[in-house]
Write a protein that binds this ligand. Structure first.
Ligand SMILES: NC(=O)c1ccc[n+]([C@@H]2O[C@H](COP(=O)([O-])OP(=O)(O)OC[C@H]3O[C@@H](n4cnc5c(N)ncnc54)[C@H](OP(=O)(O)O)[C@@H]3O)[C@@H](O)[C@H]2O)c1
Length: 257
């Protein structure tokens, strides 16, 4: 029996991960602020799947509340799967954004998943096994589409995942970045948006089921809506071509005129 810790398990993508991982027989640690929702989900999944479930109420923006989650990730029984899912949006232009709101978004979308991964990774490397699922966004690859810092927070999550995977894959630890596009959850309303104005919205069950197919295939990057994986492979190949030009001790000729 293995244990998965899921942040943001009280609604949306995180709650579907909780359902699917419980159905696969994993014990769970559910983390979010809404204790009642977490307890209701825990009771339901305990009864339907017979798994053990711990609930940790924590506002991941608050260092003191983050600490018990970090402690749980470092302690026994070990966490075999970390789903770094809790996150939020911030609608509006960068120039008009409240710096405190940006600070909070950076704490939730960037700092918290980084510290959570950091707390769990040592044990995983020691055991030679474990998985970290980081929920990024297609906006990581399409920053021009969204004003403000949300896309940049998700680019960070993608970059961290790629860098971490390069570091720990040979040590038996699997890292997956999931890049959802528009998915029907509470995130839009929470940020003051309106999901009915968003085109081509994917149902959250479909999103998570697809992401778990990518997980089972050990994909590093899973983008559920993209019809042809060749598009991603071409993107990666182009990145490799670009990177082959990075190892030069002199600037390119076009900058030496
Ligand atoms: N839906 C989309 O279109 C979409 C697209 C791309 C990426 N994503 C990403 O998917 C992830 C999940 O979002 P979702 O779409 O499922 O939205 P959601 O339904 O709003 O869920 C967000 C989850 O994060 C938790 N959370 C929010 N602030 C928190 C805080 N300060 N401390 C602890 N937990 C907090 C919420 O629980 P509590 O309120 O109980 O704390 C909730 O469980 C996010 O990282 C989001 O950026 C979503």
């Amino acid at each position: 029996m293995t244990t998965a810790l899921i942040t943001g398990a009280s609604s949306g993508i995180g709650s579907v991960y909780a359902r699917r991982l419980a159905a696969r027989g994993h014990d769970l640690v559910l983390v979010a602020r809404a204790t009642e929702r977490l307890n209701a989900l825990a009771t339901e999944l305990c009864q339907s799947h017979g798994v053990a479930i711990e609930v940790i109420t924590a506002d991941l923006i608050d260092g003191a509340q983050l600490e018990p989650v970090l402690q749980r990730l470092r302690s026994a029984p070990p966490i075999d799967i970390l789903v770094n899912n809790a996150g939020a949006g911030l609608i509006g232009d960068f120039a008009a954004a409240d710096p405190m709101e940006m600070h909070k978004l950076l704490q939730l979308n960037v700092l918290a998943p980084t510290l959570l991964a950091s707390a769990v990774i040592g044990g995983m490397v020691e055991r030679g096994s474990g998985s970290i699922i980081n929920i990024a966004s297609v906006l990581a690859l399409l920053p021009e589409y969204a004003h403000g810092i949300y896309a940049a927070t998700k680019s960070y999550v993608l970059t961290l995942s790629q860098s971490l995977a390069a570091e720990v894959a040979s040590k038996g630890v699997y890292v997956q970045a999931v890049l959802p596009a528009a998915t029907r959850t509470e995130i839009y309303e929470r940020a003051g948006g309106d999901i009915s104005k968003v085109p081509d919205v994917m149902e959250v069950d479909d999103l998570v089921d697809a992401a778990l197919v990518g997980f089972d295939r050990k994909e590093l990057v899973t983008i559920p809506p993209v019809p042809d994986v060749a598009a991603w492979e071409a993107f990666e190949q182009a990145r490799g071509v670009l990177a082959s030009g990075f190892s030069n001790s002199t600037p390119a000729a076009r900058y030496r005129s």
